[in-house]
Ligand binder design. Structure first.
Ligand code: CTP
Length: 393
């Protein structure tokens, strides 16, 4: 296997000092699958203090030292170097209570989640495959190591990792691993919303999440967050580009969005899609411009994509949006060729009336009654003042 040069350097330095060192985990899995991986983890029999000393010429970080990990930067690439370890019991189904270092590689590999993630490699030994991970990768199979219930009991996040890998890699989950997921699914309540969000987001942004979402629904996993998908919704996800807002809007329950830690902008956009789902924009420029003024250019395009995925034919509206934007046609206050100061200079007292007049002007421009030109707009302001005086307001 062709390793990145910075990874070679790290392995070589440890080996030159009589240590054992292997690439391990996702980077080996991906290399076996023929993908390049720059996110490198190394497992070693050397202790964290020894690693710090050995890599003294390099920048290192010791935030994970308690758990045996030193991050080393080689040619600006971070590498996590972790001492072989076994975990001494878990609390809250997520965090090891304590870790014990060991000098036996197999012990370190046996505490990991799936066979495909328990592979390790160096040039001297080739692939070390204690749990038939290569066979499982070839068969596209996600299989927990050893006793699946124990693995999920130690760290319930692994349940979501299994589904995320299924979606990302287009693998299936082996039967006894599925049964254990079903039995342990209640433990997911102990996982922080940040981690759940991270896994759900990766899953939804994968190329083909539908089969995974259906399995999760069947197994009642995250059923407070994800909704059972109708056939139309399944097709919508299948046909959509991996756009987070759209996929969240299709896959989430309302309360699901509230319980996830998605950023404010994304959350607002998902709500916008839900609120406007059944609002049909008429296929004329005036209606399109009104919607553009209410939302924004990106949001209207997002909404049209979402509605189209759910079966609405809105090509005409989409083309009109693109045309309006391309021609720089006015649909918002900031595009009006007049501002508040100019209205005040033309005799309107400062205050709420100015804003109201601007909005009326925009309305007139959008509807095509007035050109978006200063003289025409000022003329319109004068006429409005006459009406105000005439009405005695
Ligand atoms: N691991 C584990 N249980 C977890 C998380 C990680 O056993 N809950 C082990 C696996 O061996 C995994 C390795 O730690 O391969 C590294 O984990 P991480 O970097 O989080 O994930 P990767 O498997 O590398 O996959 P990806 O980078 O695609 O998330």
């Amino acid at each position: 296997m062709k390793l990145p040069e910075f990874a070679q350097k790290a392995l070589a330095l440890i080996e030159a000092n009589s240590g054992e060192a292997y690439l391990v985990g996702g980077c080996v899995r991906d290399m076996v699958m023929g993908k390049t991986q720059n996110d490198i983890d190394i497992t070693t029999n050397m202790l964290p203090d020894e690693i710090e000393e050995l890599f003294v010429r390099y920048k290192t970080l010791d935030v994970g030292k308690k758990h045996g990990t030193i991050t080393v930067f080689i040619d600006d690439n971070p590498i996590e170097i972790t001492t072989y370890r076994i975990e001494g019991g878990y609390e809250d189904n997520r965090h090891p209570k304590s870790v014990h270092f060991t000098n036996r590689l197999k012990e370190d590999l046996s505490r990991r989640d799936f066979t495909m993630n328990a592979l390790c490699y160096n040039d001297k030994s080739g692939i070390v495959d204690e749990f038939y991970g290569v066979r499982d990768i070839q068969n596209r199979c996600i299989r927990a190591i050893g006793e699946p219930k124990k693995r999920f009991g130690e760290d319930a996040l692994r349940i979501l990792r299994a589904f995320r890998f299924m979606a990302q890699l287009d693998f299936f989950i082996e039967e006894s691993t599925i049964s254990a997921i079903y039995e342990c699914r209640g433990l997911l309540k102990n996982i922080s919303p940040e981690r759940v969000t991270e896994e759900v987001t990766k899953l939804l942004l994968s190329n083909n999440p539908v089969g995974t979402l259906l399995l999760m629904s069947e197994l009642h996993v995250l059923e407070n967050i994800l909704k059972p998908l109708s056939e139309i919704e399944q097709n919508a996800i299948e046909n959509s580009n991996p756009t987070l807002e759209i996929r969240l809007a299709i896959a989430l329950k309302k309360e699901g969005l509230e319980s996830l830690c998605v950023d404010k902008k994304t959350k607002a956009r998902v709500k916008m899609l839900w609120d406007n789902q059944h609002f049909k924009i008429n296929p004329d420029k005036q209606s399109v411009k009104q919607k553009l003024n209410e939302l924004s250019y990106e949001e209207v395009l997002l909404l049209l994509d979402y509605q189209a995925l759910l079966g609405e034919d809105n090509k005409v509206q989409r083309n009109l949006v693109l045309e309006v934007e391309q021609n720089g046609e006015c649909y918002s206050l900031k595009q009006l060729n007049i501002n508040g100061d100019e209205i005040v200079l033309n005799g309107v007292p400062k205050g709420g009336k100015v804003g109201e007049i601007l909005r009326i002007l925009l309305d007139n421009v959008i509807s095509g009654r007035v050109e978006n030109e200063k003289s025409a707009l000022l003329e319109c302001v004068k006429n409005m003042q006459c009406v105000v005086v005439f009405r005695g307001l």
